[in-house]
Design a protein around this ligand. Structure first.
Ligand SMILES: NC(=O)C1=CN([C@@H]2O[C@H](COP(=O)(O)OP(=O)(O)OC[C@H]3O[C@@H](n4cnc5c(N)ncnc54)[C@H](OP(=O)(O)O)[C@@H]3O)[C@@H](O)[C@H]2O)C=CC1
Ligand SMILES: N[C@@H](CC=O)C(=O)O
Length: 391
């Protein structure tokens, strides 16, 4: 029996009803592209066994939070919470609203642990891109609250924060669900960890780690302006809230850092050599001014595409991590022109394609491929991790 279940069976605190099989109380942060898909997936579970496992008691975006004041929140009320929260944020959400006593208040991260109560399995689902939320991950874990996240700012930035998260997990036997941070839920981190649990050393990793950049370079034909495709990728929900985080390689830097650390190398972010696609004039603009300035991307990418096309090559945004026998590691991220038949040049849509070389996969790598961005796959990855907490 896992420690998580043990905790669930402890005597409940006054005011919070906990049943042995009651599932977990869940706080969802973020009602944007991914958060809405989490709510929709939870809604689709209404009345099923899965719906009884995760009880949404708190939903918040950066402006408003909605909490269930009754203290016990069956799945349907959780959906009501989601609907109310999203409606309060001015975004339509189609779900049957079961009227329950709901309290709406300005969003506050201090309210999250309070809403989750003191006992039983408790989970924060982070569907934000917020630094303020990421800085709370370790503190929640130290309170025994499990964290499931799509946001890479927890594990993919400073080594200090990553260590704090690992230490907090160990201290409280809390879980940190990170499947959605790399590959939008593809079994990448899990495979790295399982290879090492089986005695393998990870030697190198190479691949396409950005769903939006994969989509962009799978669609770019040198005819339509690249900037028009960036708008399309953003509108489809593939990019970060600020698409420059994708185009600059920062999002991929975070992902290769997360993979390297999961492979046992304590890489610092600045140890990754990153070549950005964003020209300085676009990098300098405030977020609300970038849409009109996106065509600044077009000329240089048209040239890169033409040169690659002439050689029968394809442009792919690749991350590479290698370590030698002495344990020295290096990592780099940037646009590469690959032969058309190169294994990493394949794939379609938002496909991530990642090759892993380890002791057992010395010559032929293990290759994992599949959609690496998109609301639905990411939400599914988050909820898989949340359900895993209860196993
Ligand atoms: N889109 C994708 O395909 C994938 C995304 N991810 C990750 O998922 C995360 C979310 O992405 P996405 O949904 O596209 O982003 P969005 O910009 O669509 O949504 C972000 C949400 O976070 C909310 N938010 C910001 N700060 C806070 C806060 N302090 N407390 C509570 N909520 C807050 C925002 O609130 P408000 O509405 O008020 O602005 C918004 O609702 C990102 O970290 C991204 O990297 C991971 C894998 C794939
Ligand atoms: N913006 C990211 C979304 C998933 O992490 C990407 O393009 O891969």
């Amino acid at each position: 029996m896992s420690a998580v279940v043990d905790v669930a069976r402890k005597a409940p605190q006054a005011g919070v009803r906990v049943h042995a099989n009651a599932g977990a109380r869940v706080a969802l942060l973020g009602t944007g592209t991914v958060g809405r898909a989490v709510l929709a997936r939870l809604a689709s579970w209404s009345g099923t066994a899965l719906g009884g496992r995760l009880h949404l008691v708190h939903v918040a975006n950066s402006r408003v939070a909605v909490a269930d004041t009754a203290g016990v929140c069956p799945a349907q009320a959780g959906i009501a919470l989601g609907a109310a929260s999203v409606a309060a944020a001015g975004v339509p959400f189609a779900a049957t609203v079961n009227v329950r006593p709901l309290a709406s208040a300005p969003s506050s991260l201090d309210a999250v642990a309070i809403a989750l109560g003191m006992s039983g399995p408790r989970i924060v689902i982070d569907a934000t891109a917020s630094e303020a939320v990421a800085t709370r991950h370790a503190a929640w874990l130290k309170q025994g609250i499990h964290v499931v996240t799509a946001c890479k700012l927890g594990q993919g930035t400073s080594l200090h924060r990553w260590r704090e998260i690992r230490a907090a997990c160990a201290e409280r036997n809390a879980r940190y669900g990170d499947s959605a941070t790399v590959g939008a839920g593809l079994p990448l981190l899990r495979s790295l960890r399982e290879l090492q649990e089986g005695g393998d050393r990870i030697q190198s990793i190479a691949g396409v780690l950005s769903g939006s950049l994969a989509w962009l370079f799978n669609h770019y034909d040198g005819m339509r302006p690249f900037s028009a495709l960036v708008r399309q990728a953003r509108d489809a929900g593939y990019t970060e809230p600020d698409p420059r985080d994708d185009l600059s390689g920062e999002d991929v830097r975070r992902k290769i850092v997360i993979l390297a650390r999961a492979a046992g190398v304590e890489l610092e972010s600045q140890d990754v050599e990153v070549t950005s696609l964003v020209p300085p004039e676009l990098a300098a603009l405030p977020k609300d001014a970038i849409d009109a300035a996106l065509p600044a991307l077009d000329a240089s990418l048209r040239q890169r595409f033409a040169a690659a096309y002439k050689n029968g090559e394809k442009l792919r945004f690749i991350a590479r991590f290698e370590r030698n026998a002495q344990g020295e590691a290096k990592a780099r991220v940037g646009l590469e022109s690959l032969p058309g038949e190169h294994p990493l040049a394949g794939g379609a849509g938002t496909d991530n394609k990642v090759a892993i070389w380890s002791d057992r996969y010395r010559t032929q790598p293990l290759v994992i491929q599949g959609p690496g961005a998109g609301a639905e796959v990411t939400a599914a990855g988050l909820l898989d991790d949340a359900l895993r907490v209860l196993r």
